[in-house]
Design a binder for this molecule. Structure first.
Ligand SMILES: C[S@@+](CC[C@H](N)C(=O)[O-])C[C@H]1O[C@@H](n2cnc3c(N)ncnc32)[C@H](O)[C@@H]1O
Length: 306
């Protein structure tokens, strides 16, 4: 930024100040200007060119569009993801889900050291945040890693595929075809997977829709009016728990797909923790607990087959 600021000269500070007034945040204004500078070809990085593009983005932000969509990308753990209205904006809680899930993967590796290939599944991958994090971060796992990124939304999968090819072309550790192989597949939850994976998956992770319809109506307008409703909203569980339907579908079907040492990690809302544990026990998981997010809230079901 410092180098670019020098190129733009003193006009940059004035531009950041102008954009700050539009978007109501100096930090966001800096990100917008920095983003436009980085996108502009070197010879067009004059303050006038940058100002025109920055004002366009500031206008979108001022109209309520989430900053992440305005910028078109967002950081998730170690990777930078393209995001737009076709996908949910990846959240910090889900970064924590990846942390817990990687711990579960290492545990299953320790419990079944004879298996050479490891299989991870991310159900409802959206931008690919969870699946691509597995592929880039599980580099300490011995043997080959196969990661399945699934979604029923063809639009979302187009974004996930674009993020995968960016990672492959940047030759990120693990996604270079040698260590991890990422398969993108369309379909309703487990229907997207080939049948021969049944009983052999080491790790299933998912951040499914878990917001009840009336909770959705009370969400902030930046979420309600911009993010895909079908990525967020789920019906009630069979016991009436609001928003539990998709979590329940996944938990019930998961044991059939997991290897006997495998684990399931599913994001949820705190009020769904006890009902989700109950569904997991009824579905045959011998161990079902809840992990908390960094805010200390009950946020994930962690269910182990054995
Ligand atoms: C909460 S978003 C999570 C996206 C991404 N994994 C993340 O954490 O940022 C839920 C995702 O599940 C997908 N989805 C919703 N219902 C589904 C279903 N029945 N089968 C497969 N995918 C589904 C949505 O399209 C959406 O991409």
């Amino acid at each position: 930024v410092g180098r670019q600021a020098t190129r733009l000269g003193p006009g940059r500070a004035a531009l950041v100040a102008e954009v700050s007034e539009w978007v109501g945040s100096r930090r966001e204004a800096s990100w917008i200007v920095e983003h436009v500078e980085s996108e502009a070809p070197g010879r067009d990085r004059s303050v006038e060119t940058v100002a025109v593009a920055a004002r366009e983005l500031a206008d979108r932000r001022a109209c309520g569009e989430p900053l992440q969509y305005v910028l078109g990308h967002w950081s998730f753990r170690e990777i930078e993801l393209t995001v737009d209205r076709r996908v949910l904006i990846p959240r910090p809680e889900t970064e924590q889900l990846v942390e817990v899930a990687l711990g579960e993967l290492r545990r299953t590796v320790g419990r079944s050291p004879d298996r050479s290939d490891r299989i991870c599944v991310d159900l409802g991958t959206g931008s690919g945040a969870i699946a691509l994090s597995f592929a880039t971060e599980a580099v300490d796992i011995t043997g080959a890693l196969e990661v399945w990124a699934t979604d029923r939304s063809a639009d979302a999968l187009a974004v996930a595929r674009a993020n995968l090819s960016t990672l492959v072309s940047s030759n990120a550790a693990g996604v270079n075809g040698a260590r991890a192989h990422v398969c993108v597949a369309t379909g309703e939850w487990f229907d997207a997977l080939p049948e021969n994976l049944a009983g052999s998956v080491d790790l299933i992770a998912s951040n499914p829709p878990y917001v009840a319809r009336d909770e959705f109506d009370a969400l902030d307008a930046t979420v309600r009016e911009w993010e895909p409703l079908e990525a967020l909203v789920a019906g009630p569980g069979s016991d009436g728990t609001p928003g539990l339907a998709d979590i329940e579908s996944i938990v019930r079907a998961a044991p059939e797909w997991l290897h006997e040492t495998g684990s399931l990690v599913v994001e949820l809302a705190p009020h769904q923790a006890d009902p989700a544990v109950a569904v997991a026990r009824l579905s045959g998981f011998t161990d079902a607990t809840i992990a908390r997010d960094l805010a200390g809230l009950e946020r994930m079901l962690v269910a182990r087959r054995t």
